[in-house]
Design a protein around this ligand. Structure first.
Ligand code: NAD
Length: 244
């Protein structure tokens, strides 16, 4: 089974890892349904998809809104009839601060987007995949989801939560023909990290550099493909050896 003519949803498709994955899956011949709450960015990704002869649509939605998630899932199901791959990727990082000074508003927003957003995507996409008795889901966690991340307490908690959702969903839905895995990027050069110093070789780990979004997208594409047919519940670090 190749990915050609199959249907992928990518959230956070307007930038960074989501954009790179949209372009990569599109080059495999997938129909890509791009979801982002930023219209200008989402439409720019769709333009880039079309520029490389790909096919897809852009739907504006905030992944932290239950209604908006239900609407985009229903919309894509109606349009394409099925959902084969779901890249559950949209996320925000928030500002850096030690926990005792960490703002409650930042904590609530990060949880709403990164953790509840991941949950809502899983909840409504799995319903469709369950009927098909097939599908592949890749959640974007982070190295912050598997180790301490000083000054990013809320972000780290949200990503540990995504790891928990991934393992639980994999155990529940593996028997129904749905594979669910997570990628854990280390430092990636995207909009999210544009105000951070990403040049410290030690902080970057053994490969001594951050990754490009494309290096994460390549792994996402592999996990989506039949080449990864025995991978389920895996928490895949793509971090140049940082957590090793
Ligand atoms: P990015 O900021 O470049 O892109 C994120 C995209 O998600 C943006 O287009 C944004 O508009 C969209 N988005 C944010 N909140 C949304 C919402 N509520 N609803 C819909 N769309 C929303 O960031 P990125 O670096 O590409 O991050 C993608 C994922 O990778 C995130 O889950 C992030 O936590 C994770 N990640 C990033 C890094 C890194 O170093 N950049 C490392 C590990 C994990």
């Amino acid at each position: 089974m190749s990915l050609a003519n199959r249907v992928a949803i990518i959230t956070g498709a307007g930038s960074g890892i989501g954009r790179a994955a949209s372009l990569k899956l599109s080059t495999q011949g997938m129909l890509v349904a791009l979801v982002d709450y930023d219209v200008a960015r989402g439409e720019e990704t769709l333009r880039l998809v079309k520029e490389q002869e790909g096919n897809g649509i852009f739907i504006q939605a905030d992944v932290s809104s239950s209604t908006e998630v239900q609407n985009y899932v229903a919309n894509i199901k109606e349009r394409y009839g099925r959902i084969d791959v779901f890249f559950n990727n949209a996320g925000v990082m928030g500002t850096l601060s030690p926990l005792a000074d960490y703002s409650e508003e930042t904590f609530d927003r990060i949880m709403a987007v990164n953790l509840k957003g991941a949950f809502l995507g899983l909840k409504y996409v799995i319903k469709v995949m369950e009927e098909q008795r097939s599908g592949v889901i890749i959640n974007t966690a982070s190295t912050a989801g598997v180790q301490s991340t000083p000054f990013l307490g809320g972000y780290s908690a949200s990503k540990h939560g995504v790891v928990g959702l991934t393992k639980t969903a994999a155990a529940e839905y593996g028997p129904k023909g749905i594979r669910i895995n997570a990628v854990c990027p280390g430092g990636v050069i995207t909009n999210m990290t544009k105000d951070m110093d990403m040049s410290d070789p030690v902080q970057n780990g053994p490969l001594r550099r951050p990754s490009s979004p494309e290096e994460i997208a390549n792994v996402v594409c592999f996990l989506a493909s039949e080449e990864a047919s025995y991978m389920n519940g895996s928490i895949v670090t793509v971090d140049g050896g940082l957590t090793a």
